[in-house]
Design a protein. Structure first.
Length: 198
């Protein structure tokens, strides 16, 4: 085995970034304490290889999550409220090195029904406690049947632990009477470390 000189490796700039480590093919060198000094006369720390995945664990460079519900939820309110069960939280995208940012696509879709004509159903994405008004969807169907709506939105440089949720309201034809019912719904996020190209 070739002798290892840490100084020489550093001098030759044989330094690898965490993001470039292949957890299934790469190894770390470990000095494992063994004072028997039978085979290893020169040290109490003979060298061993440790698989990168055993040290780093699972490195997540992607964050794909989904939540769905078929529980009907209704509102009479004309101000935005959280849509139940439509909340996800972004994950760490840098393995053991926290703070990596992610580029995300957010998808929301649902079926809904209004109790009367003249009312509007309104949905919006909320990220980190802020309604993202460019994502706002306002629909005024011409009958009281069941309709589907969807939102697709791209968010760049989003940190971990950001809460993404959907909020909704009704603009009623008849206040305190008009009703918006949300039926089947799904929220999905698909994120990747900003340093990765997928």
């Amino acid at each position: 085995m070739d002798p290892i000189s840490w100084d020489a490796l550093k001098h030759r700039e044989q330094i690898i970034k965490l993001i470039d480590i292949n957890r299934d093919k790469d190894y770390f060198v470990l000095g494992h304490f063994d004072n028997r000094r039978k085979e290893y006369q020169w040290t109490d720390y003979p060298l061993y290889l440790v698989k990168a995945s055993d040290v780093l664990g699972q490195i997540n460079y992607i964050d794909r999550q989904k939540v769905d519900s078929s529980v009907t939820f209704q509102t009479l309110l004309s101000t935005y409220i959280d849509l139940p069960f439509m909340t996800l939280t972004t994950q760490e995208l840098g393995g053991p090195t926290p703070g990596a940012l992610g580029n995300y696509q957010i998808h929301f879709s649902c079926s809904y029904q209004l109790s009367d004509l003249g009312s509007s159903a309104e949905f919006v994405l909320n990220i980190g406690g802020v309604d993202v008004l460019p994502t706002e969807v306002i629909e005024s169907p011409n009958n009281t049947g069941i309709y589907r709506t969807s939102i697709v939105w791209q968010v760049d440089s989003l940190p971990a632990n950001q809460i993404i949720k959907v909020r909704f309201k009704i603009t009623p034809a008849t206040p305190t009477v008009s009703l918006l019912s949300v039926l089947n719904r799904v929220l999905m996020i698909d994120g990747a470390n900003v340093l990765n190209v997928i």
